[in-house]
Design a protein around this ligand. Structure first.
Ligand SMILES: [Zn+2]
Length: 241
């Protein structure tokens, strides 16, 4: 049996489901036969957002043979904002990983993120920590230390258009620039240990600005930003922005 987190499921023929499970060896596609039948022992287990322990047959399309539930993240599932954040995390993993990534490390980190998301009163922090550190896992070095052009470390702004740090001298005035008060929070998220951090309790306005920066970085490095992020923003602002 190996541990895995179900990123998404697809209905497949009458009673079957296709499971996309993230494990310490990468994403596995597993066919779960008959799990939509009322009497299937795996019916409630084979749902996205569950951490399971499972065994599958060998072959091109492995079939689920055995599985037990390890964590359904109960508190998380009762909060629509946390659920949407979990979708963002799943989307990022599903669409951006390659076989060469360090899955052992990312899978362990993902479990910590899910536990933290489940328990925290400030889920925004957890999502930003995941998103920032995810760049690092993918091998994208995010410069949060010096001006992109002259390397100075003083008086820095984040240029959303070019997704880079700039000093006063190299800032392009027509671009959207984010001040140090904000991008220092991102630096904090990038380096913090998710297990020992203290909640930031950010205002929604601040969170939205930080999301702008993270989405600029995602669009630049991954070509796109997670679609669930738009839903999340609407939920956080109650539809007012
Ligand atoms: Zn400069």
């Amino acid at each position: 049996m190996i541990e895995g987190f179900i990123l998404r499921t697809l209905d497949y023929q009458d009673h079957n489901k296709l499971l996309y499970i993230y494990t310490n060896q990468g994403i596995k596609s597993v066919l779960a036969r008959g799990v939509k039948k009322l009497n299937s022992p795996f019916r409630h287990l084979t749902q996205s957002g569950h951490l399971i322990s499972f065994e599958a047959s060998k072959g091109n399309l492995p079939t689920l043979k055995n599985a037990t539930l390890l964590n359904r993240y109960q508190a998380l599932k009762q909060d629509i904002i946390k659920i949407t954040m979990m979708h963002v995390v799943c989307e990022l993993i599903y669409y951006n990983l390659t076989d060469d990534d360090d899955h052992e490390k990312l899978f362990n980190f993902l479990k910590k993120v899910l536990n933290a998301l489940n328990d925290t009163p400030c889920p925004e922090d957890i999502l930003m920590i995941f998103e920032l550190k995810f760049f690092h896992f993918l091998g994208y070095g995010i410069n949060l230390k010096h001006c992109q052009t002259c390397q100075t470390k003083h008086d820095l702004w984040f240029d959303v258009n070019s997704a880079s740090l700039v000093c006063q001298q190299h800032a392009i005035k027509t671009h959207t620039l984010i001040g140090p008060k904000h991008h220092q929070i991102l630096t904090w998220c990038y380096y913090i240990d998710i297990e020992t951090y203290q909640p930031l309790q950010l205002e929604v306005k601040t969170t939205q600005v930080l999301f702008d920066v993270i989405e600029a970085l995602q669009t630049m490095h991954m070509g796109t930003k997670p679609k669930s992020k738009a839903i999340l923003r609407t939920l956080l602002t109650g539809g007012t922005s």
